[in-house]
Design a protein around this ligand. Structure first.
Ligand code: FEO
Ligand code: CA
Ligand code: CA
Ligand code: CA
Length: 649
């Protein structure tokens, strides 16, 4: 049977007009919008956008300011969890979890098990679950009537990087070509099948959908920059092919059932054997240098900037993967721009164009938006496959707002990054749209985009279309070249904030903004701007918001990747954690605390919202195996309620 036939898109549904199935269509349409705005997990299906248009505009204006005190049904139904420094997962009363999958888990029975002494080979790692899981998306199967299979799904999960102290038996830096191969195998993406058995989702070893898309897998480059001279290397002469994806941070999900994985800190993978190499302005802006965090370049020359200067231009993209076709070739979508991509929040306009919000996680970098030219067509899935190759990229410019340090608000605009417009001309160093996209950061500077406090995840509310973005922290804010500004109001921003904006529609060119949360420590800083916004208190305080997403009811889930010392400015915050906010009231409760040393990152839901998948990256204690001489392993867990209810309600 063709894989396509098992996939979730099937025109049979449109011919089936029994009342029961019409109801299901409506539900699926609604879910499709939820998927668009919310966490990876709610499935896209028919691309309906029931909450858009006038109804959306009305709801946005009513719900615009969440702290207005407007009566709203309480969204948060669990008890706040205290801060913790324990080497364990802490959940509210009535919740429990199981480990779903950990780094090194063999995807197939004929692959060796994970070895705690670091002696797994590169070949093992290429068929084991990757390291440092990050963003993930849940892809349900549908039957030919368009009904979600309640017991079967795929989850695509990013593997961001690898820790050499655990990857290799002696914890050394890579010192051979095979070491580099193993490191590349530990990064990228893992696609896994999951099955629900006795109400619990479990990993299915040996599924034919299980797949690793790692740093040595060949992929296509498409869109306006494909074939440009800057993408040609001595190995890939066409400029239309690239080897691998790595440093995959977070992700997004399209209405046509594909996964968008985001290449973030690729620059650290490159170095130079010529220590006197003269790097140009673009290379410097992207953080390339002769020295390398990863030490791949001495052992694999494609990472040597002195020998293959254009290889680094193959990274920093969003890569589209079809999880339902294990033989498909991943595609780097250049129309979405090249920068340190964090995640991709996908939604649609009322007329069906696809909109992707994206952050560039670096101190002082920008927020972007892509709007497709073509409309998403739910009836002809194949016609959507290249939709992300044609459209307009914008970058955000914020005004200085009203100056309120703990709840500033103001206006902003999206500035088009199109060759020939807004100063993106030959006179200013841009010779084509390909160059604008390959050097999107330089283009953003040229048009005067606002320098942000490290934009991490972006999420769109399924209730009213408001967009939220974590600005995690910025140690350089307040320096001479990066003064405070409207949405980035604090010098030496050690705690971070969550920005919110609303647009008349997702393709609009202007917006209103405010800060939904300014993180802080009201116990340590009771009388200064580092106390945070009014919705922060001694019981829910945290630092460095990072992962972010909505469930279908509109709860905003917040994950942290911050200072977990529990001392000084961070006293009382404990380990990294996950919180949940009610955007209507501004209330925030801590939902989960992760084990020692980890960052909490990656979240998705089963279609009934009764299982939540959460990732722990780079734990440093005993989690999850707690073996005397064992290695900690990044892990995805599945959280359920003992009473079988909806998570968070
Ligand atoms: Fe991979 Fe910016 O976090
Ligand atoms: Ca992150
Ligand atoms: Ca982070
Ligand atoms: Ca991380």
């Amino acid at each position: 049977m063709s894989l396509q036939n098992e996939q979730h898109i099937n025109s049979d549904l449109l011919d089936d007009d029994t009342p029961t199935d019409l109801e299901r269509i409506v539900n699926l349409k609604r879910r499709s919008f939820i998927g668009a705005g919310a966490l990876c997990g709610a499935a896209f299906f028919l691309g309906g956008n029931l909450l858009s248009g006038n109804a959306l505009a009305s709801q946005v204006s009513q719900a615009a300011r969440g702290n207005s005190g407007r009566a709203a049904r309480p969204l948060l139904g669990f008890q706040n969890v205290p801060a913790s420094t324990a080497d364990q997962v802490v959940l509210p009363a009535g919740y429990e979890f199981r480990n779903l999958i950990s780094w090194g888990e063999p995807l197939f029975s004929n692959v060796p098990d994970f070895k705690h002494d670091g002696t797994n080979t590169s070949e093992d790692q290429e068929l084991q679950f990757g390291d440092n899981n990050d963003g993930m998306c849940f892809f349900p199967f549908y039957n030919k009537f368009g009904r979600i299979d309640p017991d079967r799904a795929l989850i695509a999960i990013n593997n961001e990087y690898t820790n050499y102290e655990y990857l290799f038996s002696d914890g050394r830096q890579p010192s051979s070509p095979d070491d580099v191969r193993k490191a590349l195998a530990a990064e990228g993406v893992s696609v896994i099948e999951v099955r629900r058995r006795a109400g619990r989702w479990v990993f299915k070893r040996d599924s034919r959908y299980n797949r690793r898309v790692h740093g040595n897998v060949m992929m296509d480059i498409k869109g306006p920059a494909a074939g440009h001279d800057l993408l040609r290397t001595s190995v890939e002469l066409s400029g239309k092919r690239a080897r691998g994806t790595f440093q995959n941070c977070s992700s997004g999900q399209t209405p046509w059932g594909t996964y968008l994985t985001c290449e973030e800190n690729f620059n650290g993978c490159f170095g130079s054997t010529d220590k006197n190499i003269k790097l140009n302005a673009a290379q410097k802006r992207y953080g390339l240098s002769a020295n390398s965090d990863n030490n791949w370049y001495p052992h694999n020359e494609r990472f040597d900037l002195a020998k293959h200067p254009n290889e680094a231009n193959h990274f920093g993209w969003i890569v589209e993967i079809d999880p339902f076709n294990p033989d498909s070739t991943p595609v780097k979508r250049t129309a979405l721009g090249r920068f340190k991509h964090e995640n991709a929040a996908v939604t649609t306009t009322q007329d069906g164009r696809v909109v992707v919000y994206m952050g560039d996680d670096e101190r002082g970098e920008f927020i972007y938006k892509f709007v497709s030219d073509r409309r998403y067509n739910p009836n002809t899935p194949l016609a959507n496959r290249d939709i992300l190759d044609h459209g307009t990229l914008y970058v955000a410019k914020f005004d200085d707002g009203d100056g309120d340090v703990n709840h500033p608000k103001g206006r902003g605009q999206w500035i088009e990054l199109t060759y020939g417009k807004n100063g993106l001309t030959k006179a200013n160093g841009f010779n084509s749209q390909a160059e604008v996209l390959i050097h999107a950061r330089l283009a953003g500077s040229q048009v005067g985009a606002t320098r942000m406090d490290r934009p991490e995840w972006i999420a769109v509310s399924p209730i009213n279309g408001q967009v939220f973005c974590t600005l995690t922290n910025n140690s350089r804010r307040g320096s001479a070249d990066m003064p405070v500004n409207g949405p980035n109001p604090r010098a030496n921003n050690i705690y971070g904030q969550i920005l919110r904006w609303e647009e008349p529609n997702p393709a609009a060119l202007t917006f209103d903004w405010d800060l939904f949360i300014v993180a802080g420590n009201p116990a340590v800083h009771p009388e200064d701007p580092y106390d945070g916004s009014e919705n922060i208190n001694a019981d829910n305080m945290f630092n460095s918001p990072d992962g972010l997403g909505f469930d279908e009811a509109g709860r905003l889930w917040i994950q942290t990747d911050g200072d977990d010392s529990n001392k000084g400015d961070y006293a009382g915050m404990g380990n990294n954690q996950m919180l949940c906010a009610d955007p209507n009231t501004g209330e925030i409760r801590r939902f989960l605390v992760g084990p020692v040393g980890c960052e909490v990152t990656g979240l998705s839901f089963s279609p009934d919202y009764k299982t939540m998948f959460v990732g722990f990256q780079h734990p440093t204690g005993g989690f999850p195996d707690y073996l005397p001489n064992g290695r900690p392993r990044s892990t995805v867990i599945a959280i359920t309620r003992r009473d079988g209810g909806v998570i968070g309600a």
